[in-house]
Design a protein around this ligand. Sequence first.
Ligand code: DON
Length: 305
Amino acid sequence: MSMDGLPKELERLVAEARGAGDWGRPADYIPELAKVDPAQVGVALCLADGTELGAGEADRPFSIQSISKVFSLAAVLGRLGDDLWRRVGREPSGTAFDSIFLLEHENGRPRNPFINAGALVTTDALLGGREPRQALSEIMHLVRAAAEDDDIHIDKAVAESEKATASRNMALLYYLQSHDNLLNPPEMVMGTYAHQCAIEMTCRQLARAGRMLAMLPGVPAMISPLRARRINALMMTCGQYDGSGNFAFRVGLPGKSGVGGGILLVAPGVASIAVWSPGLDGYGNSQVGTWLAERIAGYTGWSVF
Ligand code: DON
C-alpha cells in the first residue's frame, strides 16, 4: 500500500487526539514528571526508504523513562550475550511494572527485563564492577549512534527526583540482593538506573534510534538481526507490563512504554515509530499515545498479525 497519504493522516490523527476529553494523568510518583502539561501529543516515523515524518510535538524532548530499558538491554546483550538470561527471564509477568510479588515465588529471578526488577538486574549486569558513569556512557553512546544525533542528554533534575522517591525500587534491589541476584550496591544500581531513565529525547530522535530494532536498510548496524528480533519479541510480550496483551490486541506491534508518556514501536522491516503524550492509563502507559499507535497501525496495516 502506498504511504503517500500518511503525512496528512498523522496531522489528522494528532488534531483528533488534541480534542481528546481525557488525556490521562502524568506520573506523579516522580515529582519532576508530575509538572508536565498532559495536553500534548507528538509522533514521528522513520520508514524503510529513509523518509522521516513528524506531527504535533514531534520535536519536544521528554523523559524516556522505561523506554531506556530497551537500550540497556541491547547494551548488556552486546556485552554479556546470553549469560544475562541466567539472572532474568523472558516471560510476561502479568503484574504492574514495579511489582515485587513474583520475586518471592521465583527466587529473586525477575520474569523479564522490562519490569523494574528485571531492568534493575540488567543495569546491574551492565555495570559489572564498573563506575556508573562508564555504564551510562555506554548507553548514551548506543542511543546517540543509533539516532545519529549527539544532542541527546540526561535530565539530572529528573534523575534526582526519582532517586529521592525510590523506595519501591530500593525494596526491589534489596530483595534481589537477598537472593544473590545483585552484584553492585543497591544505591549504585539505583543511581545508574535513575539516570538512564532520565534520558530526554524527542519523538523524532526516538524513532531514529528505533530503526536498529526495525532493521531498516542503511541504518547504523548496532545490533545483529537475531538480537533485534528477540528484543522485538520481548517488547511485544512484556513491553507494556500487565497491559501487554491488550496492547498487542489493539496495536499488533512490538512496543515499549515509559511513564514519561512515550512509546517506541517497531514494524519490523517497515518502520520505526515514536509516539508521546504524557497522560497515563491505569497501567502506567500513555493513554493518548496508545490510541494514536492503534490508529496508525490501523491506517497502515502494519500489525505483525
Ligand atoms: O522505575 C521507575 O519507576 C521509572 N523510572 C520507570 C518506570 C516506567 O517508565 C514504567 N513504564 N511505563
